[in-house]
Design a binder for this molecule. Structure first.
Ligand code: SF4
Length: 197
């Protein structure tokens, strides 16, 4: 898989404490996309699914869930599906998936049932700057929320902050969350910012 970025703990990318993985590559090129560095398919780093899950699994006991964003995760469907099936089989992590595809486009995938069975909350649709929202995990109001299991409901999103500022062990300051592309004054946005693709 091509990975753009990863943070091991966030509270602004879904309910509870979550790891966040941004996948590299998106061919949609939406105007106003907050994360254009994720677009080139050959950017980021390459890692096999087994190695990725081997790195993630030891963190899972301290986390509520895993959030996947991009870039466009569905452009790496086979790897994504293999990763999420491992998460489902071998952990209790909840899964939140952001995609720029509409729910109808996701449903037309041949593997739609397998994919959606591994996801608790799907946030679907491309970011549209004319309908900027930056609230409750939606970057814009055209994006749709799909609660696919009983793990979460709309009320759970009310306690998710729109943005957070993190300081990495290396001292790097980064902003993330659905409004993470709008950093606090004086802070540079992190290349992996933005909860909504
Ligand atoms: S908003 Fe999402 S789907 Fe659109 S270009 Fe950006 S990453 Fe791709």
């Amino acid at each position: 898989m091509r990975l753009h970025d990863f943070i091991p703990s966030s509270r602004a990318n879904g309910p509870g404490l979550r790891a966040v993985l941004w996948l590299q590559g998106c061919s949609r090129r939406c105007p106003g996309c907050c994360n254009p560095a994720t677009h080139p398919p050959q950017g980021g780093i390459s890692m096999g699914v087994a190695d990725l899950w081997r790195g993630l699994k030891p963190l899972s006991g301290a986390l509520e869930g895993l959030t996947l964003s991009g870039g466009e995760p569905l452009e790496q469907l086979q790897g994504l599906l293999a990763l999420l099936q491992g998460v489902r089989l071998e952990s209790r992590l909840s899964v939140i998936l952001f995609t720029g595809w509409t729910f109808e486009e996701v449903g037309a995938l041949p593997q739609a049932d397998s994919l959606l069975s591994c996801v608790d909350l799907l946030i679907a649709g491309p970011y549209d700057p004319r309908r900027h929202l930056a609230s409750r995990l939606r970057g814009s109001s055209n994006q749709t929320l799909h609660f696919l299991t009983d793990r979460y409901c709309a009320a759970d999103l009310e306690r998710v902050p729109e943005a957070e500022v993190l300081i990495t062990p290396a001292g790097e300051v980064l902003c993330t969350g659905v409004d993470g592309a709008r950093p606090a004054a004086g802070l540079a946005p992190h290349p992996g910012e933005g909860g909504a693709p």
